[in-house]
Design a binder for this molecule. Structure first.
Ligand SMILES: NC(=O)c1ccc[n+]([C@@H]2O[C@H](COP(=O)([O-])OP(=O)(O)OC[C@H]3O[C@@H](n4cnc5c(N)ncnc54)[C@H](OP(=O)(O)O)[C@@H]3O)[C@@H](O)[C@H]2O)c1
Length: 293
């Protein structure tokens, strides 16, 4: 699932590079064409339709499942639950036995996690499926989210969000998530219902991340500015998010600022991922230089 997306596209590339037979799903053939050209079987359809997914999952050895997020809907949790039911039903009917499910670091708790609440619901739903092996990957905040600030850096000369500048929390590069998912899809090395956190290389604050990016792009004085919750929410709705999704994003940020989420479990050798923010920043620069705004 999500083969044209951030993580799904990297998993697909990994699997094709290994010579695996891959079926890619999405709503647009065009967005999957690069994989079709490499021999992937593409099925075009909507994940809200369980019959489409059942057909797609049929005879698969394993699937990568994810909940696509629609930032424009009026009730995100209800929307996520609808797609979650469609996925769970298709898993059950198709008979596929191994699922790598993309979740989120904070999906261990049902509340105060904003947009992650739907992912909590999906973990609970999938855990009820009998005789099916599922690994829930729980990644931290994506480093790649910083790519969204390129226009802001170019137009306003700052990075500004409602996160506290000095609070450190885990951030992970999506390539590392994709590599982890690929490994489990190939090895099928999980049974029953298990969870794996992906906490990145180290915890980082927005102040630190902004300074690393500033150095890399030749703006060593690039500043991080903490917005008020009200201004941040207005900014999110102005950028096209629904009122509900903006409110949920702010809930997640508040919980991070207050230390309610992000620090519930320790860093161990099993949940650390290799790519540092400095290495991510090398990728960031390339996109920054190519962006025309
Ligand atoms: N951002 C973070 O910091 C963070 C942290 C932890 C977890 N997460 C979770 O990560 C997930 C997002 O992963 P990602 O960034 O890899 O995804 P993404 O880049 O947003 O891609 C979404 C994918 O889903 C497909 N899609 C969207 N709507 C669909 C539909 N109705 N039917 C079928 N396919 C559909 C899209 O393909 P087409 O448009 O081509 O159909 C696309 O391939 C979300 O569940 C999010 O909550 C995010």
């Amino acid at each position: 699932m999500g083969a044209s997306g951030n993580i799904g596209s990297k998993i697909t590339k990994n699997l094709l590079d290994k010579g695996e037979k891959v079926r890619v799903l999405g709503r647009s053939k065009e967005r999957l064409q690069r994989f079709i050209d490499r021999g992937a079987d593409a099925l075009i359809g909507d994940a809200f339709e369980s019959s489409f997914l059942t057909n797609a999952f049929w005879d698969s050895k394993a699937i990568y499942g994810m909940t696509p997020r629609d930032n424009t809907v009026n009730n995100l949790r209800a929307c996520d639950n609808k797609i979650g039911e469609s996925i769970a039903n298709a898993i059950q009917v198709s008979g596929v036995k191994h699922i790598v499910n993309l979740s989120s670091l904070s999906a261990y708790r049902p509340d105060k996690t904003g947009p992650v609440k739907g992912l909590y619901d999906q973990e609970q739903r999938l855990n009820k499926l009998k005789d099916i092996n599922i690994i829930h990957l729980r990644p931290a905040y994506f480093m790649d989210n910083f790519l969204r600030y390129i226009d802001m850096i170019k137009n306003k000369g700052v990075i500004a969000t409602a996160f506290k500048g000095d609070i450190k929390f885990p951030m992970v590069f999506t390539k590392d998530i994709a590599d982890e998912a690929t490994g489990h899809l190939l090895k099928l090395d999980f049974s029953g219902k298990v969870v794996k956190e992906l906490r990145g290389e180290r915890d980082l604050s927005f102040n630190e991340a902004t300074s690393i990016i500033g150095e890399r792009i030749g703006k060593p004085n690039l500043k991080y500015v903490q917005l008020s919750y009200e201004d941040a929410e207005k900014g999110l709705t102005a950028a096209g998010m629904s009122t509900d999704v903006s409110r949920l994003m702010l809930e997640l940020i508040k919980s991070t600022n207050e230390g309610i989420i992000g620090r519930h479990s320790p860093r161990t050798k099993d949940n650390i991922t290799p790519t540092s923010f400095e290495e991510f920043a090398d990728q960031f620069v390339k996109v920054y230089m190519q962006s025309t705004n």
